[in-house]
Write a protein that binds this ligand. Structure first.
Ligand code: NAD
Length: 353
């Protein structure tokens, strides 16, 4: 029987090719006058372009964002924001850059205007993460949710093919787990299913022609809904497992999500039949786990943990860590079950159901 709680997060989205032109108006809406622009070193040029567009409202540029927000980088960015008297952060880039903006907002309350250039979806969530002495701590805080988000598909044209695919499958993982979340609700399920469909349709086109703005728009639309799904409802086994593998074995974030997703779906398939049929419908396939695997393979994405550098001798330890702290999942999580899942993911086997 239908039963749910629906709690929407407040955020403003401007979507479409050319939406970067709305930057000035959005900064004005925030009432900001001194924006600190954030980026990774690789996206310095894009960040400079954004700073130029801001003109006198740009207080400065911090271009040292890196994956998983090391505390030292967060300290340096917070100090610069304070020294410049910044009254907002403009985060231009993927989850690493948005994550840095969130680390600043967490201690300063500065509003964030996010300009996402990957499909990770952090811009739609109140989830922050900071890494200290090799350990990543995460939490939820409404202060870190960006106030305004400019989605301009033109900025994603430069996203390299491999990152396009793994970042998109990272977003699909948010949608898959949203569909069987313990907090699932009808609106988020609609969003999650449509996002999976949008990615399934757009990714093959984007890979053939990375500059196809219609396909890039569809993929970024999927990313928006993937982020909304991640921000609105709790995740389960897949995200816990990827967190363990990333944190304890230093595996790359989006690639790990890409490899694990079909296996996490297979593990949960029997316990979440409604979610599986919606995923399969979105992809136009019979079996959700197989459809996710086949999509990744057809897009030349990595399909085995082996290819990401994990050693077979690490699988026991990974299974131990992943089952240390109990958490909710549609199918009860046992060490034996997780060990078998990890073996399949290690080998890159196609799910059998
Ligand atoms: P990323 O931000 O680390 O970007 C990867 C690389 O791609 C960087 O060098 C970046 O500069 C470059 N890049 C980004 N967009 C580009 C573009 N359009 N053209 C060319 N190069 C581009 O990668 P990501 O996958 O977006 O983010 C991963 C991080 O985000 C992880 O730390 C993850 O934990 C975090 N994350 C957080 C949330 C959340 O809700 N808090 C959600 C998803 C991911």
């Amino acid at each position: 029987m239908l039963q749910f709680v629906y709690d929407i997060l407040p955020s403003r989205v401007v979507f479409g090719v050319g939406s970067l032109d709305h930057l000035g108006a959005e900064i004005e809406r925030l009432g900001a006058h001194k924006a600190l622009v954030l980026s990774t070193p690789e996206q310095r040029e894009t960040a400079w372009d954004v700073a130029k567009r801001l003109g006198p409202k740009a207080a400065g540029l911090f271009d040292r964002a890196v994956m998983h927000v090391p505390i030292e980088v967060a300290h340096a960015a917070r100090e610069l924001a304070e020294r410049l008297g910044a009254d907002c952060c403009v985060a231009v880039g993927g989850g690493s850059t948005t994550g840095l903006g969130k680390a600043i907002a967490l201690t300063s309350n500065l509003p964030i205007l996010a300009i996402p250039t990957t499909y990770a979806g952090s811009e739609m969530t109140p989830i922050w993460g900071i890494t200290e002495a090799g350990r990543k701590t995460t939490g939820r805080d409404p202060r870190v949710l960006p106030k305004s988000v400019l989605y301009d598909p033109a900025l994603t044209v430069s996203l390299p093919a491999q990152l396009t695919v793994t970042s998109a499958i990272n977003s699909m993982a948010h949608c898959v787990e949203a569909l069987y979340s313990k907090d699932a609700n009808p609106i988020i399920s609609l969003a999650a299913e449509d996002a999976i469909c949008a990615f399934g349709e757009s990714l093959p086109v984007v890979l053939k022609d990375p500059a196809d703005l219609e396909a890039r728009s569809k993929a970024l639309y999927g990313a928006w809904l993937g982020g909304v799904s991640l921000g609105a409802v709790g995740m389960a086994l897949h995200h816990k497992l990827c967190h363990t593998l990333g944190g304890s074995f230093n595996l790359p974030h989006a690639e790990t999500h890409t490899v694990v997703l079909p296996h996490a779906a297979a593990f949960n398939a029997e316990a979440a039949p409604e979610a599986m049929s919606r995923i399969a419908r979105a992809l136009g396939v019979e079996s959700a786990p197989q459809g996710l695997y086949d999509l990744a393979k057809s897009l030349d994405a990595p399909v085995s943990l082996k290819s990401l550098g994990l050693k077979e001798s690490d699988l026991d330890k990974a299974a131990d860590i992943a089952t240390q702290n109990p958490y909710w999942n549609p199918r009860p999580v046992t060490r034996e079950g997780i060990r078998a899942l990890l073996q399949d993911a290690f080998e890159g086997a196609r799910p059998t159901a």
